[in-house]
Ligand binder design. Sequence first.
Ligand SMILES: Nc1ncnc2c1ncn2[C@@H]1O[C@H](COP(=O)(O)OP(=O)(O)OP(=O)(O)O)[C@@H](O)[C@H]1O
Ligand SMILES: [Mg+2]
Length: 1004
Amino acid sequence: MSEEESVKVAVRVRPFNKRERERNATLIVEMKGPTTVLNDPSGENEPKRFTFDYSYWSHDSFKEEASGYLAPAKPHYADQNMVFKDVGLGVLANAWEGYNCSLFAYGQTGAGKSWSIVGYGPNKGIVPLFCDKLFVQIEEKKSGGEAASFEVEFSMLEIYNEQVRDLLNPASKRKGGLKVRQHPKLGFYADGLKTVAVNSYQDIENRMEEGTKNRTVAATNMNATSSRAHTIVGIKFTQKYQNAAGQETAKSSVINLVDLAGSERAESTGATGDRLKEGAAINQSLSSLGNVIAALVDKANGKQVRVPYRDSTLTKLLKNALGGNSKTIMIAAISPADINYDETLSTLRYADRAKQIKTKVAVNEDPTEKLIRELQEENEKLKKLLESGGIPEKLDDDDDDEEDVKSLSKDERERIRKELEEEMQARILASEQEMEEMKKTWEEKMQQSHTGPTVPDAGAARKEKESTPHLYNLNIDPQLTGMIVHLLKPGQHLVGSSNEESGETPSILLKGLNIQPQHAAFIVEGDKVFLDRCQSSPDAKIIVNGQPLTEKDELEHNDRIMFGANHLYIFAHPKQAGSQKQPAMTYEEAQAEINQNSGFVLGKGSLDDLILNDDLVEVMPAIEQANDMSEEMDKKVKFEVVIVPAKVLGIVGSKTEPSKRKPPEVQSTARVMVKMRNVDLGLEYLWTKAKFMNRKYLMDEMYESFSDGEDINWPDERDPFTEPPDHEEMIGGLHLYLQSIGYKIEAKEQLDLTDIKGIEVGKLNVELWPCTQTGKVLRDEDAFVDDPETDLKGQPLAFKVKILNARGLPDRFTDIYCKFRVYTMEPFQTQTIKKAINPDFKFEQLVSFNAIDSQELDYLLNGSAYVQLFGKQVPKKREGKKLTTKQIVKKSGMLKGKDIGAENMPKATVDEGKVGYQFQILTLKKRLERLEKKMAQMNKVVEVAEKSSKMRVKTETIKTVLHAKNPDAVEKAIKTIPKDKGAGDNEGVNGQPPSQESKACVLL
Ligand SMILES: Nc1ncnc2c1ncn2[C@@H]1O[C@H](COP(=O)(O)OP(=O)(O)OP(=O)(O)O)[C@@H](O)[C@H]1O
Ligand SMILES: [Mg+2]
């Protein structure tokens, strides 16, 4: 018997974080009762309203207690306990009744998912509170004399890169992770996942800590981006008792607590536009979840649709939670800050959709015997099927993802038959295991879970830390910070990767990029702790407080230490801690310190700098790692950071063309970009930060295969270190200032084309011609504009842009063309020239405005059209003997690490002013010429008037001369002077003042 139930949705808004406070971020979220309002900081969109089952205001109105717990200062603040009371207790009650329950947290990175699900320190989240309460209630039942027995089992897994990692059993790391299989009775499951029996809260806490620690180690060793992992904590709660008929009955509930990966959309993670298909699939699981939700919503609204559960690992494992037998709650975690408007809106929309989903819930309560019988029957069926060699018509019992086997080709049928055979074997095994588990007594299960290596007692380790100098890790995900601790007791502690040859295992074992077998050593003498290099690895990278370690050095409390490319630690000395008030650095601060010493010294004041700094903190370590990977795998590629002014990229965020998407004040004027250089073939590419970070994710995957000793000769279309030969790259660009057009002056210039670093890469010959709307070029004299403000406003305006040719381009380019954009018009593009260092474009484009308004005028007088040159690159012919990446990099003097920034920082800002002045001077010169011409004409007026003995000249005549559209008109006007009767031949007309009609001016 099942009943329909809607997915419940809660929304929770967190406080501003430190960076948001530093930049005085604006609060854009409001909550009124069940309504959440999101305001658009740019004011372009109406406020958006949403209603959810629960709305949690955790932004302000709290006070920090001595324990660190954030308690309400005003009643509307939602603390952890309040959220637990609504959401957690509900889940718990359902679990007791025998319903499956799922709780998942959705939201962008840093929005507070882990805060709600797991919590931080004294601010325990739903999972620990839930587990605690579960055992409290079990004890209550037991002491109340309940005859039932209660079993709690715990598992923890992570989905990263579509692979399932068992967080309780990292040693089982199999290639490709655990296999996700489907069983007709048991649903989708991760085959071989370790499930442990637990009998106290402490037990669960230790397991959780173990799982998180394993996650941290894996993330650090593999340079994994932890915010891209989904974590699923699974709790199975079973109550066993005798039913009325005396049969042993099990009432069970599976509870899934899911901390999803950050929900940054494809657009901002840069997956769009990259040729690498995997790029789009970077978070396959998350996008599939979106599709599944959309399909389920359609279904709830009565449409017949296929729900694509099979598209990703996550959706398979969550199938039950989403569309099956489960009471499901989603927590949408949102940021309160203006800068996150887009992401927050997308999270709220997602949540809004999710609340329409309906699941069919049923109590899982059956006599054990019946369950076993069903599994047995299932197995009999499978075995028969296997023996007959046939394959079922459907791949599983579910209508949702039925695949029509009949329509497949013979080969495909054969392939599927093989797969199915394996799948069926696995199913049989799973059923058998499940039956065995059911028959086992709880005591047996407990004993099994507590054999093998003992789980370290989290409490005891914490105690030891308090008195012993130690290292603890820093991670970009605060949830993983402090998870790895190395105690430094008196004596020597070698740091390094294990060295099979020497057989020596370092006491601090690190893995991953750039970690030497003997990397460094800690020497603890009394209360003093020293860090030293190992003689066997002079190249080992050790950075202390941002500076490379050159010799043995005594450490102080809160020193930052980086080993290799990714192992960042804080040294803590409890005895010194009291005297030093300086708090330990966060990951961001420690990384910024390293960046600063690499040459990137940014101001701290402006918002732009803050945004850039954040980007650098993310990109710089990734670049280091990418370079190390390139060297180790010999990919012939070198990456470097460049800071590129937004204008150079053709991104305009000025007031003349405000961006629609972000409030103007958060439009950074510069972007952190990554230059990818193939040092072997002499090719260079500029990647956005997002594209690089995505590629990095794929590089990590490649490196993992490489570390596993696999062949990494991947085809180019999968290789993250390559670009396809037809990839277009910007050769250079320049600003074409349009000021001269504002005065209707033509301009012919040879302009410098510069690359993103401001280095000249060639010349471009361009011309600007004022003309009529139909394209007739206006001669200078025709087009006189003295004061654009009065002469142009409201008038039509047209001009021609001529791009004649480019000269002296780098010879590695072919298929060259120019592209430019005027104001908000669609971009214009020249023809493509196949192969030339000096391509002739012979391009001409008429650009016209209907009636100039003040914004357009401002653009014409102060703005520019950004002209960009694009081309494809041809690899250089290789000569001589082949060098490794390392050798080439060394040879060309591109030393690692330190030079990354220093080399290009100062040049990175192009001197745009120079080009602007060139045009201003040109325009001024022309205007001066024009004025001189007018002066000459006026002189002629005076001359003619004097010659014909006139005292006055009509204003009309003077006006004509000043504003005449062509020289003929001037000539004509001058000719009228001698004939003017009222101009006073001698002393005026009969001594009378000039009449009203012939208002004249007196020539002095
Ligand atoms: N309600 C809250 N009150 C106080 N601090 C919070 C709250 N929510 C989040 N934070 C803080 O914000 C930071 C980011 O939160 P959290 O780690 O939960 O984000 P996340 O959504 O899990 O991010 P990721 O996707 O990277 O895992 C943490 O330092 C956390 O302490
Ligand atoms: Mg998290």
